[in-house]
Ligand binder design. Structure first.
Ligand code: CA
Length: 228
């Protein structure tokens, strides 16, 4: 395989399903919320729509069930409840292999920037404890910084702006098809790491430039690269 870090300066890195093994908890929190509301919601719904903002997911599920969305206020209220459920059942499980992946990027001189569609403070606040030194202060884009969540390219364009680099000088590291679409939309070489149940074909359809079967496999690849 070619050296995918050749000419690259920056890695724009997603959080849920990449930094943290948190999708299983998000799925449980979503299902609890939607069961209470009588809105059908499968595990697949959550994984395939991962990356969208919370209110956008709520409107999508409501539209499918009832043929109409809900008001912004009600969606915000429901999303606050989902966030509460996540805090109750979720743990900060670092993704196995990610620490090694981040250290390999650092060794290769690649600056790491967090780009998450989440505003889940219980995870974002813990990154510096769980991955000391992996991200510099200010090197992060969260749901609070963008108007359009993924699959809009905006979060990744903001990440490029923070780093002051061109799209061709960066890579995106994602675990979700809509995240891959956002990365590609920003013109960035986008790597999909399949850390959940979504088959590789879903990432191929979105035009992922490179697909790894697991985070340890991606870390092994980065470790195998000689210095640029
Ligand atoms: Ca993700």
């Amino acid at each position: 395989m070619e050296n995918i870090l050749k000419g690259k300066k920056v890695a724009l890195i997603d959080m849920d399903g990449v930094i943290y093994d948190s999708m299983k908890y998000h799925t449980k929190a979503w299902k609890r919320l939607m069961d209470e509301q009588g809105v059908p919601c499968s595990e697949e719904d959550i994984y395939l729509n991962e990356g969208m903002t919370g209110p956008a997911v709520i409107n999508l599920l409501y539209n499918r069930a009832f043929g109409h969305g809900i008001s912004r206020e009600k969606a915000d209220e429901m999303y606050a409840l989902k966030t509460k459920y996540f805090r109750e059942i979720g743990f900060n499980d670092p993704m196995p292999g990610t620490d090694r992946m981040l250290k390999a990027l650092e060794r290769h001189g690649i600056r790491r920037i967090l780009v998450t569609g989440s505003s889940q403070a219980s995870l974002i606040e813990n990154i510096n404890n769980d991955y000391p030194g992996a991200f510099m202060p200010g090197d992060r884009v969260t749901a609070l910084d963008v108007t359009h969540g993924k699959p809009d390219p905006e979060p990744y364009l903001k990440g490029l702006a923070i780093a002051g680099v061109k799209p061709e000088e960066a890579i995106v590291i994602e675990n979700a098809p809509l995240g891959v679409r956002a990365g590609k939309g920003a013109g960035v070489f986008t790597i999909a790491v399949t850390t959940g149940p979504i088959p590789a074909e879903a990432f191929e359809r979105e035009g992922a430039d490179s697909i790894f079967p697991s985070m340890p496999a991606f870390a092994n690849y980065l470790d195998s690269l000689s210095d640029k």
